[in-house]
Design a protein around this ligand. Structure first.
Ligand code: FAD
Length: 461
């Protein structure tokens, strides 16, 4: 696709659509919208606009489409695969000023939000209602960005991913047409499911300007447990046992010993540095949870658990999960001269121990520094590979391991990306993962965005 560079005539036309103070071509603003949290090469847009209404978004898209100017949505820029990097320049639409919680309908367990609402802010606002929005990627992310990436997190094993919480969307198409998708009914079997075509489309099919999201009741009782194992394989088998036992963990995270050592060092936790399961259970009564924890302990011990610590209190649980969320940053602090390649392959739960064994073998054989932590209950593994910036040889080895781990995940009927999306980094695996259906994705893209102006350079190889 050929695009036109933004010239002064374009800027003047855009200034007729949005007030001057909400359009910038300033160097520092362009730099701030040139990279996400990944290692992908930054690329500046040519202008940044902060829209405040769907009509402004529609006007900009209509103009950009007619003039073949790329447009990329921007939430909080917390992606890990280059998803919002405007690799073809053009206009970035930054949704930080379209951040109103429009309506909370407690009785229907729903909220209507603008795309720039940060999900933690929605949950903060909901705290007196006894409801919450469960998808939890950890970073301060916007609901628009979470919908675009179909984000998930540590509690997806129980509550599901963002896709499970989107009922209705208002979307602006490339032509500037505004369409409503879905309904506020909690279920529907009426026609093609266009809502979920847009969820996970990374802003390549249309721009989300409003969403109705589903909420759920806050559980009344929480309980957490920690279990140490002598090997990752043993821990992986315990994960399988817990899932198969129908014990419904709300979080089931497997943390590698190298990560536990780091947490002990940085967060003053006092954990045994072995492969460790962090588990959380939600329920209605303490006795129900006590019974579940007993069954979980039996399963863990059957698989050689060395130490089982049940009934971890709420503040300790919060501390552990905060430390778990902070692992990416801890790894970077430990290796200040390094960059981090973050993988998020996922496989069916029965294949999880085999994937973990492959990862360990690959990291050791390539003599790399790797940190593994997983949303184990979903078979979703984060392998973080640290490499000195600018060291070509190390990065060649890192790329080689990443390629072989993804290939293994695909052989095991899994996916290259369990939650971070395709962005720039996973495009090379799309043909292997999707085969002939990739062409149908391409046709859908051409149907919604014939000039290819929406987030160009993403998803497709
Ligand atoms: C420390 C850390 C931990 C993380 N952990 C997790 C995790 O556990 N699970 C997980 O899933 N992710 C995780 N992430 C990744 C990231 O937080 C999520 O992908 C998140 O959904 C990105 O949201 P954002 O608001 O930052 O969106 P951005 O990064 O700004 O954009 C994401 C995508 O959405 C598009 N977009 C933005 N707004 C719109 C809109 N209104 N309409 C259409 N398209 C739009 C962008 O063009 C881009 O393609 C983590 C990130 C960090 C930094």
């Amino acid at each position: 696709m050929e695009f036109n560079p933004l010239n002064q005539t374009h800027i003047k036309s855009l200034q007729a659509l949005v007030p001057t103070e909400r359009l910038s071509t300033g160097e520092s603003v362009l730099d701030l919208h040139a990279q996400d949290q990944s290692l992908h090469t930054p690329h500046r847009p040519e202008a940044v606009v902060w829209p405040i209404s769907r009509f402004e978004v529609a006007g900009i898209l209509k103009y950009a489409n007619a003039n073949r100017i790329p447009v990329t949505g921007w939430g909080a820029g917390s992606s890990l695969e280059g998803n919002p990097i405007p690799v073809k320049g053009g206009i970035v639409l930054d949704f930080s000023r379209m951040n109103q919680i429009l309506n909370i309908r407690e009785g229907d367990f729903q909220a209507d939000v603008e795309p720039g609402v940060i999900y933690q802010d929605l949950n903060q606002k909901l705290r007196h209602t006894g409801l919450f929005f469960p998808p939890d990627p950890g970073a301060r992310a916007t609901i628009g960005g979470m919908i675009a990436n179909n984000a998930s997190g540590i509690r997806t094993v129980y509550y599901g991913a963002t896709k499970d919480y989107v009922l209705r969307l208002t979307v602006v198409l490339a032509t500037g047409e505004i369409i409503e998708l879905g309904t506020r009914a909690s279920k529907t079997s009426s026609g093609y499911d266009l809502v979920h075509l847009f969820v996970g489309s990374e802003g390549t099919l249309g721009i989300v300007v409003e969403a109705t999201v589903r909420l759920v009741g806050l559980p009344t009782v929480f309980s957490a447990a920690i279990a140490n194992f002598s090997s990752v394989e043993a821990a992986g088998k315990a994960v399988f046992g817990i899932m198969r036992g129908g014990l419904n963990p709300a979080a089931l995270e497997l943390i590698g010993p190298e990560c536990i050592a780091l947490m002990n060092q940085e967060e003053n936790t006092d954990l045994e540095a072995t492969p460790t399961l962090f588990m959380e259970f939600h329920g209605a009564t303490p006795s129900q949870l006590a019974e579940i924890l007993k069954l979980v302990e039996d399963i863990c011990r059957d698989h050689g658990c060395r130490h089982f610590q049940p009934g971890v209190g709420r503040s300790e649980r919060d501390r552990l999960f905060r430390a778990r969320h902070g692992l990416g940053e801890m790894i970077l602090r430990k290796h200040p001269a390094c960059g981090l390649l973050v993988m998020d392959v996922a496989v069916p739960i029965t294949a999880y121990p085999e994937l973990i064994a492959t990862i360990q073998g690959e990291v050791t054989a390539a003599r790399l520094t790797g940190y593994t932590f997983s949303h184990a209950g979903d078979g979703n593994v984060h392998l973080n590979l640290a490499g000195k910036k600018g060291d070509g040889q190390v990065w060649e080895r890192i790329e080689g391991v990443a390629r072989r781990v993804v290939t293994k995940a695909l052989e095991l009927d899994g996916t290259a990306s369990g939650e971070h999306g395709v962005g720039l980094g996973k495009r090379k695996y799309m043909a292997a993962e999707h085969g002939a259906s990739l062409e149908w994705m391409q046709r859908i893209k051409s149907l919604f965005d014939p000039n290819g102006i929406l987030n160009p350079g993403k998803i497709f190889p």
